[in-house]
Design a protein. Structure first.
Length: 691
């Protein structure tokens, strides 16, 4: 057993102490400190008495005022001694001794800074990361100590001075270590307010004098406190009632933007730590701050930092569905025409000031114009950024009406963006089949959550792993989530893409989709219908219409009763939906001609199979067609349906034969026939509206 009494070990330790104390502090001193820690740890494996430990700590204590470079020596030796059974008793005594020297300070000096740094090395959390078994200080002493430190900090004339920044960093670390072992319920509201003011002032200072060490120290403290808000009453009072939350997160958001605009291509370890904590805290940023800065959030998706990009997505994922719901409500209330936002600024837009412009943000679309080409590695940050952008695009489909979704789909389809996405998804699934299967079969993973709820999981759930596998896992979860949403919202495009695949690819994609994704898409469709049935305000609910859902058969049966007679249809969903189409079958026809009946079924089926609608959309279309028919509304003489797939009624009437047509059907006839004659009487069509 080696001991400090060994002449050889003593000589080596002495040399390492000298090398660790080199001025200025450089990498050689750092690595000498690491070696000192390793050898000293071996040297203290034998049991030391309390007297021996006290003697060693006394020597360390004497050195703490000599020079700054001795910090490395002190920390290395303290870490080596921390495993000894009697270590805590000795450090408790030293901690209180050093604290007593700091209680009444009014101004900072090199000795004050050295004492606070040394005090931080005496905390368990500094060395091992473990929590205290008990409070490191009595509460009154902690209050006096913090007040003294804050007083000295506030008395600094130049807050940008190097010593001022160093002092602020050491205070942040001190508060973090101390709070770890304290009963937080004992801390009063006034002290909590002081601590939160300290964090906010430090974040403001970051705007003037950016400093990575200050940033990571403040963020670590902020992160620790933010997790305790819901459980500590006095902290809650200051956080919410005194409205400290908004200014704190506002400064945090400014720091996030500042970091995103810096050079992130060669991030240091400290810079990565900052990005990780910002990513973690982004999920708590209040919606009011996100709304206020909405236009600048899309740029966060293309920073090159997986952490900043994830933070940007977290905020966008929170607000976009809300904004889409507001947009849909506005359109429904005002009944305004939806205009495409792709026209030039100088192009005249009729009644633009009275209409709502609908389209995906140009900043967002620009991020998918350069898709990744290297798909051999799932740890490729460009793959991550590309699919994160698509996850944000599909967030725009949530809480929207059919007409708004249709406008988005047309934009993506016309420019070929979705085709490129599906090609990349197929290539990734084919290339990494075994990895995906392993990921989705992991015992500690809820595969349904991983596939359907990527944006709702904590940003630190997968991403904050430092390993390459951590990013690979995150990317797999992201890719399959985007695939799931692409099938939900752009299913008819997916169907056409699937048909065009090579046979080998078709087999792989069909098996993968049928096993992992289609069951969730089908379940989501069936649940949406059930939710509508349970809602009294849903348009599908009335005394004439009834629906039965069979999840085991993936079928929906709809019944419509007229004068005690019932018509019936069945909707059959294939196991690999939507790569294969839904089938609408007419079981029983009542009160309608055969061509009308067939037209209703085909129109409802087309909503899903070619218009990227939902099963709920198709059922609503069927119900409205039937209802309007029995209300006496005339059907379109071209498609034999009353309600068009775009939810319009026949509004164009031939002045000669008096037949009515949907505007879309009539214009399609004009285009195909190269004439403007009525499709029935073949007289020149004179437009007049009428229902």
């Amino acid at each position: 057993m080696i001991s400090f009494s060994s002449e050889l070990v003593s000589g080596v330790l002495g040399e390492l102490v000298n090398r660790s104390s080199l001025t200025p502090v450089d990498p050689a001193a750092y690595y000498a400190g690491r070696a000192l820690y390793s050898i000293a740890t071996k040297a203290v494996e034998s049991q030391y008495t309390q007297i021996q430990i006290d003697e060693i700590l006394k020597k360390i204590n004497i050195r703490r005022r000599s020079k700054e470079s001795d910090y490395i020596v002190n920390i290395s030796l303290m870490a080596a001694l921390s495993s000894l059974a009697n270590f805590n008793t000795s450090t408790d005594r030293l901690r209180n001794q050093v604290a007593s020297e700091l209680i009444n300070i009014r101004n900072i000096s090199s000795d004050v800074i050295a004492n606070v740094i040394y005090l931080n090395t005496l905390f368990d959390g500094f060395i091992t990361g473990d929590n205290f078994a008990q409070s490191p200080f009595p509460l009154p002493r902690f209050n006096m100590l913090v007040n003294g430190l804050f007083t000295a900090l506030n008395n600094i004339e130049d807050p940008t001075d190097e010593d001022a920044l160093k002092f602020r960093i050491t205070i942040a670390k001190f508060i973090k270590y101390t709070l770890t072992g304290m009963n937080l319920d004992d801390i009063g509201s006034k002290l909590w307010e002081q601590i939160l003011n300290f964090i906010e002032d430090g974040l403001v200072q970051m705007e003037i004098t950016p400093n990575e060490l200050l940033a990571v120290s403040l963020l670590d403290l902020f992160s620790k406190i933010s997790t305790k808000v819901k459980s500590v009453l006095n902290l809650q009072e200051v956080w919410y009632e005194e409205d400290r939350e908004i200014p704190l997160y506002d400064e945090l958001f400014k720091l996030l933007i500042m970091v995103s605009q810096s050079d992130l291509s060669n991030s240091t370890t400290i810079s990565l730590d900052i990005q990780k904590v910002l990513c973690k805290l982004s999920s708590n940023i209040p919606i009011s701050i996100i709304e206020e800065n909405f236009d600048g959030l899309f740029s966060l998706l293309a920073t090159g930092s997986i952490f900043i990009e994830r933070a940007g997505f977290t905020m966008l994922h929170k607000i976009i569905p809300q904004r889409q719901e507001q947009l849909s409500i506005a359109i429904e209330l005002q009944k305004q025409t939806i205009h495409d936002n792709s026209h030039d600024e100088d192009e005249e837009c009729e009644n633009c000031e009275n209409n709502i412009v609908v389209g995906l943000p140009a900043e967002l679309i620009s991020l998918i114009l350069d898709p990744p080409t290297r798909l051999d590695s799932l740890s490729n940050p460009k793959v991550f950024g590309y699919f994160l952008t698509w996850a944000t695009i599909y967030d725009h489909f949530e809480n929207t009406t059919y007409s708004v979704r249709h406008k988005y789909i047309e934009e993506l389809k016309d420019n070929g963006y979705v085709d490129i996405l599906f090609k990349l998804i197929a290539d990734i699934i084919e290339t990494h089949q075994s990895s995906f299967k392993k990921f989705l079969s992991a015992g500690n993973l809820d595969s349904e959550v991983a596939i359907t709820a990527y944006g709702n999981t904590s940003p630190e759930l997968l991403l904050l792993s430092n390993s390459i596998n951590g990013l690979s896992t995150e990317v797999m979860g992201l890719v399959i989530n985007v695939y799931y949403n692409s099938l939900r919202h752009t299913g008819s495009i997916a169907k056409n893409w699937f048909i065009s695949l090579r046979r080998h690819s078709t087999i792989i994609i069909e098996q993968f989709t049928e096993r992992y994704v289609s069951p969730l898409v089908i379940n989501q469709e069936l649940n949406a219908v059930q939710t509508a049935l349970d809602s009294k305000s849903s348009s599908i609910n009335d005394e004439n219409m009834s629906i039965k859902i069979s999840k085991t058969m993936n079928e929906i049966k709809a019944y419509y009763t007229v004068d005690e007679q019932t018509m019936e249809i069945v909707v059959k969903i294939p196991s690999v939906y939507p790569l294969k189409p839904i089938v609408f079958e007419g079981v029983k026809r009542i009160g309608a001609r055969e061509n009308q009946w067939r037209a209703w079924l085909l129109a409802s089926q087309a909503i899903v199979s070619s218009q990227n609608g939902t099963v709920m959309d198709s059922l609503q279309l069927f119900k409205r067609n039937v209802t309007l028919h029995f209300d006496g509304v005339e059907d379109c003489a071209i498609c034999y349906s009353i309600l068009h797939q775009d939810h319009t009624l026949p509004s164009k009437t031939c002045s000669t034969c008096k037949n009515k047509f949907h505007a879309s059907c009539l214009y399609k006839w004009f285009k195909s026939s190269n004439s403007s004659t009525c499709p029935l009487c073949r007289q020149s069509f004179s437009f007049r509206s009428g229902v």
